[in-house]
Design a protein. Structure first.
Length: 256
């Protein structure tokens, strides 16, 4: 489907054209995957519209590069499409296979200092996030990506929050349900997300020190939040020194 789904006037689904353009841009750059390209992670409370902010941020960042470097949002289906779509260029398949000089485990446990969770499903998810993060120019929504990519030098980690009542009202309006139903949904999903991050990554989802920016949706709109994120990501000084250090460390480890 090529139609772009919108929510409140903002894109909430990757446009297939953008995905194709993203892949073409990475092929043009010979699938450089050194982990020094910028990425964004967005952790959000239920009803805070974190997904809408993610897609608007991707649009702004793509526009800022004049389309030369498209950004994509890693939602529920994009990773599977990148990995499993056999119609993509051969370079994609080889990149997402195990034919790499530095394994994912070595990348995580050695250079990044992160241990891969043992649960198979979570492990697969972690591997996918790391692989996409190494390519760069992606925005991850949820899935503990802020923990998994914590040591990536040019990662911007964002938390989207809001008052309980306002989030309930927003969700009730979006889902066309009662306030009681929306409140139950907000409580359930927020608890599930905290439990997931705590159980598999031994981290507190609400720990403010894990994030570079925290936005209160009671005070900032989707557009305002997205523009502030894009400004930090596009800053020429944002963690450039850390990125150069990682390149040098990889050179020493790999000997090239």
């Amino acid at each position: 489907m090529s139609e772009r789904l919108t929510k409140g006037g903002f894109t909430v689904k990757n446009d297939p054209y953008i995905v194709a353009t993203y892949l073409n841009a990475k092929e043009r750059d010979n699938w450089i995957a050194d982990g020094t390209s910028p990425i964004v992670t967005i952790s959000r409370q239920r009803g805070a519209e974190g997904q809408a902010i993610a897609f608007r941020t991707a649009e702004i960042l793509t526009e800022m590069s004049h389309g030369v470097q498209p950004w994509i949002v890693v939602d529920k289906d994009i990773a599977e499409r990148v990995i499993e779509d056999h119609h993509l260029p051969k370079q994609v398949s080889s990149f997402f296979s195990d034919e790499q000089t530095l394994s994912i485990e070595e990348h995580l446990e050695g250079i990044l200092g992160i241990s891969v969770p043992s649960a198979t499903r979570v492990q697969d998810m972690t591997r996918t996030i790391i692989k996409l993060a190494r390519l760069g120019h992606v925005i991850f929504v949820g899935r503990a990506a802020h923990v998994i990519t914590a040591k990536f030098p040019r990662a911007v980690h964002v938390r989207i929050i809001g008052s309980f009542d306002r989030r309930v009202e927003r969700l009730a309006e979006t889902n066309q349900c009662s306030l009681d139903e929306a409140a139950a949904e907000v409580r359930k999903v927020d608890n599930q997300r905290r439990h997931f991050v705590s159980t598999h990554f031994h981290s507190d989802l609400d720990d403010a020190t894990r994030y570079d920016m925290i936005f209160n949706r009671d005070r900032l709109s989707v557009q305002e939040s997205a523009r502030l994120i894009a400004q930090l990501v596009s800053s020429p000084d944002f963690r450039e020194k850390e990125a150069r250090k990682l390149v040098e460390l990889r050179r020493q480890v790999l000997g090239s």
